[in-house]
Design a protein around this ligand. Structure first.
Ligand code: ZN
Length: 248
């Protein structure tokens, strides 16, 4: 069975549709690592689409704040403004969908899903030391995580060698393939569908086979301008609109 691994869609329907179009026919089950909403202009449309896909979805920090489960006091002013806008615009059924999303880790076919770190869903795993903590606590050899919006990963081999993995396909390339080695633990971020921050504006996602013996890391361009126009119309903060152009 093949899995479509989505993360950090952030209410960007155009990016999600581009990812789904590129991945069409290549997967049987979708998963989503949280932050379905926040920042973007299409919270209801994106939740509807994720629900239609019947994706196994865990919650992210923006899902908690957007649904009102937690307060926005830890957010910067720009993120907070977008979270308040999201709260105002969520349909009641979608608000309750977000409220009821499970906390990771969730295990599935030999791999696990978390939003941040294994032990702390709100932790940003960017460096090797943090990655090591999650790799040592790994509930399965392969863990998919999100939250940082960086398409990258880490592996811990049988010799206890910790390696940082560059997983972003080059410009002009659709995907790059990672072969999963035996007796090695992996912490893999498919990247963000709706708000990439690794300097590449293309929507990011991954496709993994059952047991995850091979993972493809994808990038697809989408019409950034149409999302930016909807954000402007909605009155969402300017910095959030601009950053989509740069993938920062
Ligand atoms: Zn996020």
């Amino acid at each position: 069975m093949k899995f479509l691994i989505l993360s950090d869609v952030h209410a960007n329907l155009t990016a999600l549709e581009a990812a789904l179009a590129a991945a069409e026919g290549k997967w049987e089950k979708a998963v989503c690592l949280g932050d379905v909403v926040g920042y973007g202009p299409d919270p209801n449309e994106v939740i509807d689409r994720i629900r239609d896909l019947n994706a196994v979805t865990i919650r992210g920090n923006h899902d908690k704040v957007g649904s009102g489960l937690t307060s926005a006091e830890d957010f910067n002013p720009v993120a907070r403004a977008a979270a308040m806008w999201t709260r105002e615009h969520l349909r009641p059924d979608n608000r309750s969908y977000l409220e009821n999303l499970p906390l990771g880790p969730v295990s599935l076919n030999g791999f696990s899903l978390v939003h941040g770190a294994v032990r702390d869903e709100d932790e940003y795993v960017v460096g090797a030391a943090q990655a090591l903590e999650s790799l040592l606590e790994a509930p399965s050899p392969v863990i998919f995580f999100g939250h940082t919006h960086l398409q990258a990963g880490f592996s811990l081999g049988p010799d206890n060698k910790l390696t940082t993995l560059r997983l972003r396909p080059a410009n002009g390339e659709k995907f790059t393939t990672l072969a999963i080695k035996k007796e090695t633990n992996y912490l893999l971020n498919p990247g963000s569908v709706g708000q990439p921050r690794d300097g590449d504006s293309r929507a990011a996602f991954a496709i993994a086979d059952s047991g995850a013996s091979e993972v493809q890391f994808w990038r697809v361009p989408y019409e950034v301008e149409s999302v930016q126009q909807r954000m402007e119309k909605a009155g969402l903060p300017e910095p959030l609109i601009l950053r989509l152009s740069f993938g920062r």
